[in-house]
Design a binder for this molecule. Structure first.
Ligand SMILES: CC[C@@H](C(=O)O)C(=O)SCCNC(=O)CCNC(=O)[C@H](O)C(C)(C)COP(=O)(O)OP(=O)(O)OC[C@H]1O[C@@H](n2cnc3c(N)ncnc32)[C@H](O)[C@@H]1OP(=O)(O)O
Ligand SMILES: [Co+2]
Length: 136
């Protein structure tokens, strides 16, 4: 059901400093920061030949990144995002099998303008999983 690894997300305490490390020390192409109030984050994408790294920083009062950074003040790996062809079918299958689809179960539009959903980390070996619908 899952396809390509779309991105790995890292929560960072200082977005400008993290962006500079990927650009200047590691020599990667980086995007401009993008504010996504509906998700409570500001993101920078690091473009790699085969996938992306998503640098995440809290935006607003109810950011899901804030609690994570409180527990991990230096930052850390926050989630992995896998592509699926049919996000509603994937969510239904996972939910039928007992996995917790987060939020109200309705996909939101993510950073790439495509539908996304999250699966509870406790149901996937301590790893938060994002699904993104990418039509082939
Ligand atoms: C940019 C848009 C989009 C994209 O297109 O790419 C994004 O990526 S947005 C990214 C941010 N959005 C989200 O993360 C949405 C989904 N997340 C959530 O709903 C919540 O963060 C959560 C995962 C349900 C956790 O929230 P909450 O229950 O309020 O936090 P707790 O701190 O109480 O955590 C409970 C439990 O889970 C552990 N945990 C929390 N986050 C993670 C994580 N990222 N990876 C692994 N484990 C995580 C946390 O440590 C707690 O464990 P215990 O302490 O053992 O109870
Ligand atoms: Co993401």
């Amino acid at each position: 059901m899952i396809g390509n690894l779309n991105h790995i997300a890292i929560a960072v305490p200082d977005l400008a400093a993290a962006t500079a490390k990927y650009r200047d020390q590691l020599g990667a192409a980086v995007s401009e920061p993008q504010e996504l109030p509906e998700h409570g984050v500001t993101v920078v994408f690091v473009k790699l030949p085969n996938t992306k790294v998503e640098l995440l920083h809290p935006l607003g009062e109810n950011s899901p990144i804030a609690a994570f950074l409180k527990k991990n003040p230096s930052g850390g790996m926050h989630h992995m995002c896998f592509e699926v062809e049919d996000i509603r079918a994937a969510a239904q299958k996972l939910s039928d099998e007992g996995a917790r689809v987060l939020g109200d179960g309705e996909p939101k539009i993510g950073a790439h303008g495509l539908p996304v959903l999250f699966l509870h980390p406790k149901d996937f070996d301590g790893t938060l999983i994002e699904l993104e619908e990418v039509k082939k």
